[in-house]
Design a protein around this ligand. Structure first.
Ligand code: KG4
Ligand code: ZN
Length: 336
């Protein structure tokens, strides 16, 4: 006998099509189809993302139900990411979830993608306890959030331009690395000297972030150096990667340190795809020792876009009676 509620969750906010089944808060399946089609363009192409979601949706949902060992009639609710994200992508998941909920006569739950990244921490032990501080860093977002409860969150700071993942991807592109460049830059940075090159990054007041200046300063620096030596990038690649990574990580940690000091919170959680970055993990662990923080980082599969985190968030909403209706529509700019 499975614990209830049994929730099927669907994620389609960007370029990953995901479906997951959660029963009584326990994850039974988590299926993700990543779209390779964008690699050749060096970034996500929205129209191609929507089309790929259309192709992947039914197979991914079918696999999630099968892996969970249930049929759609066993479900108590259907959950879907409402936003933020790409409108065309959100529409595919949204229409699918609404249709399925209507056909089954089961309630619908509309989930905020940014809340889901944060509540991914409740899929596995060790879990933080409320309140805690969460830094969400991915290709689309950079947010510093005070998490008061599963339903009550407050944004302390966020990026005013590029997200941290974009800073990795755009600078990696300047170095000629394949898309998405973050993981490639991370790998090369491990053999490099982080102090070799200094890149200025605008210090933001409060708890906000700004990364667009970094890309520009790297661009001008490389232009100047390659004019003198065309092999400059090839000859200095690990040091360039390590120095760029060091700059991004130092910026993230500076604001995090400030937020933790001002709120007095000592539980610090990391979310989003950039949580995989080895430089960020190492720096955060060192900072934790220095500041007496307890650090939480979910498994990588729960850091990148996935439907398990959407299911976890939907579980909390189900318990609180926070249901959506057939009138619900996607909101590409949905606020936390
Ligand atoms: O959370 P995610 O899968 O998708 C979004 O919601 O955006 O995050 C993807 C981002 C990309 O920018 C990718 O380059 C970055 O996370 N990323 C990394 C690493 N692994 C993934 N950035 C730096 N170092 C990594 N190891
Ligand atoms: Zn995301």
């Amino acid at each position: 006998m499975l614990a209830r509620p049994i929730i099927l969750a669907i994620e389609s906010s960007c370029d990953d099509t995901g479906a997951a089944v959660l029963a009584g808060g326990q994850l039974l399946s988590n299926v993700v189809a990543t779209q390779k089609v964008h690699e050749q363009y060096g970034g996500v192409v929205p129209e191609l993302a929507s089309r790929a979601h259309q192709q992947h949706m039914l197979p991914v949902v079918t696999a999630a139900l099968q892996e969970a060992g249930i049929t759609k009639e066993d479900l108590d609710a259907v959950a879907v990411t409402q936003g933020p994200g790409l409108l065309g992508s959100l529409l595919v998941g949204g229409m699918f979830a609404k249709t399925l909920a209507l056909a089954l006569g089961k309630p619908l739950l509309a989930v905020n993608h940014m809340r889901a990244h944060i509540l991914a921490h409740f899929l596995r032990d060790p879990k933080p306890t409320f309140p805690f501080l969460c830094l969400t860093v991915s290709g689309g977002h950079t947010q510093l959030v005070v998490v008061k409860s599963a339903l009550e969150m407050e944004v302390m700071g966020q990026t005013i331009d590029d997200a941290a993942g974009e800073a990795f991807d755009k600078t990696a592109k300047l170095l000629g690395l394949p898309y998405p460049g973050g993981p490639h830059l991370d790998k090369l940075a491990r053999q490099g000297d982080p102090q070799r090159f200094a890149f200025p990054v605008g210090a933001m007041p409060g708890y906000d972030f700004s990364f667009s200046g970094l890309k520009t300063s790297v661009l001008y620096f490389l232009k100047k150096e390659t004019a003198a030596n065309p092999d400059f990038v090839a000859e200095n690649l690990p040091d360039l990667c390590a120095s760029i990574q060091h700059t991004i990580v130092a910026t993230l940690l500076r604001q995090l340190r400030r937020a933790a000091a001002d709120t007095g919170l000592t539980q610090v959680a990391l979310a989003g795809g950039v949580a995989a970055n080895s430089g960020l993990r190492t720096a955060l662990e060192a900072e934790a020792v220095a500041q007496g923080w307890e650090v939480f980082i979910p498994d990588f599969a729960f850091c990148t876009d996935n439907a398990a985190m959407v299911a976890m968030t939907a579980h909390f909403q189900f318990e609180a009676g926070d249901f959506a209706t057939q009138l619900t529509s996607p909101d590409p700019r949905l606020k936390l």
